[in-house]
Design a protein around this ligand. Structure first.
Ligand SMILES: NC(=O)c1ccc[n+]([C@@H]2O[C@H](COP(=O)([O-])OP(=O)(O)OC[C@H]3O[C@@H](n4cnc5c(N)ncnc54)[C@H](O)[C@@H]3O)[C@@H](O)[C@H]2O)c1
Length: 483
């Protein structure tokens, strides 16, 4: 399906003013709307009829754990633990109303039974073999019962270039290396998959390796320059950008689970908005950063001063091996380091947070496999400068934490598209270490602000009141002036 440029459903809006916003790398014309979010019209959401194709770029540890989990859940062999969309409830109305439906019953999400999976990977292993090699799931308990379904998922040939992921090289790759031909080949794969599985809608989730760090540059600034750079085989166009562009050209929402630049460039952001396709990213927020963005707001809420935050990890899966390359780690480091500054706001609180040593390390240590161990040491001080420490030792399972995020993102991105919500889906920043936001905005990193944002967006989509937590109505007798 080729999407045509359509006028945005969100216009016209009252009292719109056009302003120019300059960030360190870009200059943008943006329309700032002087109405509150709540006054934007509630969207009309198309029903979730038919099949939803979920195509993962990369069929490694995260993707196979995600796919296997959904297969087991739909057979009633497991619960969707960790998935907000499947297990979480949403409060509606007043606290006294007792209305708290499960999210999947509140918004019209695709049913798990209607999902069909596909993937690309430079290795030839089908989903069963790849899952066994990833070593995340118990073979007898969680892979054998669904072996047939997993074996049926054969990876499509990858648009892969070891220049961007130096630690890997596999045989299942597209033979032509011209970027234009690769782009068209990914588009053919999407169309072929859609037809073969009779999908009504599709979503693409990047579960592939982290690419080397790429700075946004002239080739990424608008779609004309981007297209020209593809024709020139410009090295600043990475394979992940080709997947993202192919998805957008085919009208398929794109979620980026890795920290690579990918769809976080002006050219693709604008293209997604203009063509009514949702995008979101970057980098699944699962382990240490999830903990960091839950803990940092606590220090800030109590106005406790921070001296340093040292974070280190050991990780032994293929992702850890890829991140052992300093250029791939640089992408991850950027994504992990940003969170403290935006939560603690050192510009507003220079005496509390103006001078923090924030260090993040990832060490590849094969014996641990997918079972990452993270250590955090936080040096902080309180009243009259007395020093204190908090130490966190998180023994987590990387892909077990990431898989439910893939499910939620696939379902919510499909929902967003059916609601005609185009471009960046900031309400899904709950799922990301380095959330994509509109130019000129800082991202919200606080896990609980992100959760509130997500739930309020769902309330808005369904025409329900926002929950502000003001709550004065419960004390009306006490607070209202007596007559
Ligand atoms: N908790 C988590 O597991 C977590 C959290 C945040 C981000 N991530 C990111 O998610 C991604 C997947 O993690 P993983 O543990 O599954 O890694 P993995 O190495 O097990 O799987 C990645 C797969 O992507 C494939 N791949 C690489 N380049 C590709 C390309 N151009 N086209 C198609 N396939 C390609 C690789 O061959 C590999 O099989 C990584 O980028 C990782 O940084 C994971």
């Amino acid at each position: 399906m080729l999407l045509e440029r359509r006028p945005s459903r969100r216009l016209p809006v009252p009292d719109a003013v056009s302003v120019t916003i300059t960030t360190s790398t870009e200059q943008h014309e943006r329309t700032i709307v002087s109405v509150t979010d709540q006054h934007l019209p509630t969207p009309t959401i198309a029903p979730a009829d038919g099949k939803l194709g979920v195509v993962c770029v990369g069929l490694g540890a995260v993707a196979t754990t995600f796919i296997a989990g959904v297969e087991l859940i739909r057979r009633g062999m497991a619960d969707p633990v960790g998935s907000l969309s499947q297990m979480g409830t949403i409060r509606l109305g007043k606290r006294t109303d007792q209305r708290a439906p499960v999210i999947k019953d509140f918004v019209p999400l695709a049913a798990l039974d209607d999902i069909v999976f596909g993937a690309w990977d430079p290795f030839e292993d089908d989903a069963y073999v790849s899952a066994v090699k990833a070593g995340v799931l118990d073979v007898a308990r969680h892979l054998e019962p669904i072996a047939e379904q997993l074996r049926a998922i054969q990876p499509m040939t990858a648009a892969f270039d070891p220049t961007y992921v130096r630690k890997l090289d596999g045989p299942n790759v597209k033979s032509d290396t011209s970027k234009r031909v690769l782009l068209e080949s990914i588009r053919d794969d999407i169309r072929g998959f859609r037809e073969q599985h009779a999908c009504d809608r599709m979503v693409m989730v990047w579960c592939g390796s982290t690419e080397i760090y790429i700075e946004p540059s002239a080739a990424h600034m608008d779609i004309g320059a981007f297209d020209a750079a593809i024709d020139d085989d410009d090295p600043t166009i990475s394979p992940s950008m080709l997947y993202a562009y192919a998805a957008l050209l085919e009208g398929v929402p794109f979620a980026n689970g890795a920290p690579s630049l990918t769809v976080d460039i002006p050219a693709l952001r604008q293209f997604a908005s203009d063509h009514n396709v949702p995008i979101c990213g970057k980098d699944f927020k699962t382990g240490q950063t999830m903990v960091k963005t839950a803990l940092a707001p606590m220090f800030k809420a109590r106005m406790l001063a921070m001296d340093g935050w040292y974070s280190t990890n050991i990780l032994g899966n293929r992702d850890g091996e890829v991140l052992d390359d300093p250029d791939a780690f640089k992408s991850k480091e950027h994504s992990k380091l940003g969170v403290l500054d935006t939560i603690l706001q050192p510009d507003l609180y220079p005496e509390l947070y103006g001078d923090i040593d924030h260090v993040v390390r990832i060490n590849y240590y094969p014996p641990r496999g997918d079972n990452k161990e993270g250590w955090d040491n936080i040096d902080f001080h309180g009243w009259l400068g007395y020093p204190m420490q908090l130490k966190v030792n998180f023994l987590c399972r990387d892909s077990i934490l990431a898989a439910p995020l893939c499910l939620d993102l696939a379902l919510f991105m499909d929902l967003a598209q059916r609601a005609e919500m185009a471009g960046i889906q900031e309400w899904l920043s709950f799922y990301f270490k380095s959330p994509q936001v509109a130019p000129g905005l800082y991202p919200e990193h606080d896990l609980y602000i992100q959760q509130t944002k997500l739930k309020n967006t769902l309330r808005w989509m369904m025409g329900e009141d926002q929950i502000t937590h003001l709550g004065v109505e419960y004390y009306a007798d006490d607070y209202l002036p007596s007559e």
